[in-house]
Design a protein around this ligand. Sequence first.
Ligand code: DP6
Length: 322
Amino acid sequence: MSGWVVCRASPSLALLKYWGKLADGTNLPATPSLAVTLGGLHTDTSARLSDADSVMIDGEPADPARMAPFLDCLRSRIGASVRFEARSTNSFPTAAGLASSSSGFAALAGACVRAAGKELSPEDLSELARVGSVSAARSVFGGFVLLPAGALFARQAFGPGHWPQLRIVVAVTHRGRKAVSSRDAMRETSSTSPFYRQWVSESQALLPLALQGLADRDLEKLGEAVRASYSMMHAMMLAARPQLLYWLPATLAVMQACGELRRQGIGAWETIDAGPQVKILCLDEDAQRVIAHVKECAPGIDTFLCFPGEGLALTSAKEPVP
Ligand code: DP6
């Protein structure tokens, strides 16, 4: 058996959301997504060769049916019929709408490939990670990352140093696992929401605006596109049958707190994924004020302060990370 290899990846926060798949069954996104890799949060995944596949996430066995297509694709990519033992640890709540599958599959791809003694390019790692979870294609890269609709792999739009003043306040309103996974919710939305087709065309139209906001480091321009993307995604989910509602009272309180901050002239632009957490884009100089105000409006919530982070990397650890 080989020794352990440990890889680290950070979650990919979608500024423009991927929500919906192409119908060909190959896990390709129907909408473009643009994301920031969240420095300050990470998944560490240790892998080694073994007699049988087994993946543990935060001490719990991962669903073998979810892992099998990914591990089979990995074996065919590296041309070796090896099996893996992997252990993954998140520095943040798992399956709670904090994109743990993005960092999880990116780190798993990196660790297993290296444990098998192979190397893949970042593009090939991104394509492999996408088979596990579409958003994981983005976590392979640091900074600001684009995954066009229908693309096999993601690419970096701007490096982490492009906008060093940008901060992302992650407001954790509830630490539990979500009741409906992104994958199931996405399937229900695309098959039942009357707004799905419009969502696919509108999200394409938001991309140039968001890219321009990023290029100019213009928080308001970017923020408007970010807010439009998550608002449309959740409106579409509300209209699905059955209805999908991830928000809690504290989610709404944080959204309203951001609106109040903007009215006071502070750039605080929220976004929400498939869960009750709120992520707020702001500038470094405003971050403490944003944190204080959202905590006042939603007492008891936890916050993490994140920044544009690095992509997938091998660590020097030689043992599984506890
Ligand atoms: C709301 O990438 O977890 O976070 O491809 O089915 O594994 P699968 O879905 P996943 O969905 C992420 C949805 C999102 C938006 C985003 O990250 O773009």
